[in-house]
Design a binder for this molecule. Sequence first.
Ligand code: XIL
Length: 373
Amino acid sequence: MIRLKYTPIALLGIGFLALTNFTTESNSLVPLNLPSLKEVYKDDFLIGTALNAGQIDEKSPKETQLIAEQFNAATPENIMKAEVIHPRWDQYNFTYADKLVEFGKKNKLAINAHTLVWHSQLPPFVRKIKRADSLQLFLKEHIQTVAGRYRGKVQSWDVVNEALNEDGTLRKSIFLNKLGEGYLVEAFRLAQAASPETQLYYNDYNNEQPAKRAGCIEIIKKIQAAGVRIDGVGIQGHWHVGKIPLQHIEESILAYAALGVKVAITELDIEVLKRDFQGAEVSQRMSNEQGLNPYTSGLPDSLQQQLARDYESLFKLFVKHKDKIARVTFWGVHDGQSWLNGWPVRGRTNYPLLFDRQYNPKPAFYKVIQAHQ
Ligand code: XIL
């Protein structure tokens, strides 16, 4: 019997199994031997990343490993937006959001859900709504159903995203136009009722800029005055290399904290390519003129170093105000994943994050690690 076990064929089988096991293990178990962002900042704030569908599906074991080693928070890049999670009046699609919650449990990531009320990435049926009472009903059912399902499973919700114009007035979105400004308080009231333990955030880009910041403060005060909870404000943090508005960021952290809410940097990336406007309105585009995509075969060293210095000064500022900051989330794990390769010009090669396209750390990664001291 014993002899039989070790026939050449059986040995071949064992060898093959050992080999496959070894390959899987070498992908998922051997540490990457890097300092870890989440470890270095563990007493300060959470370090998050946006995750796309492929990452939630664990398509690349090495990428999964990098996520688990470096981050302790995650935001769904797209899969909890209304167009994905609520495609028709009476139809929800929770497949990926449920998977994300599982992925979070497995890899010890807090889930920062994004987003309940936003004018972009709405399903077509919402855009077609004519009557105020129908839109009101959508808002109510959407928040009750989606926030209710993830009650106790997500740490925070971006309840409302991008409700402001650059001058601090309210954006004329479908929600403002049909429901009036009361929709803001109503959204937070509904989210609080559906998911009482979840931290509720208002999230926007450029809300570190003085005029937009003033509008953001008005929103927070209005919600507080109505006796409704708002726990934090998200500053998205889509900034440009060499032009980080550090002073405005610091003033904003102080101003928001003075209202008794936490600050989170929710979508951090630092773009290195040319742009003819500021901000992150996803419907805004630039035409693909010549010269807009100059670094297809690599980033010049001067820019690489500038990017690293920008990240360093940002993280020094965040550490200075760590008592007011709940979390810093990058809008992606590595450069290859970044939305900035496709927006506002399609098909560019951008370099906005801490890891490169091969998942290797860039100089900016080490500067962020060092910025902690
Ligand atoms: C972006 C995603 O990264 C893209 O994949 C998608 O095509 C468009 O939206 N502000 C936000 C995010 O709040 O949801 C946006 O994410 C980037 C700007």
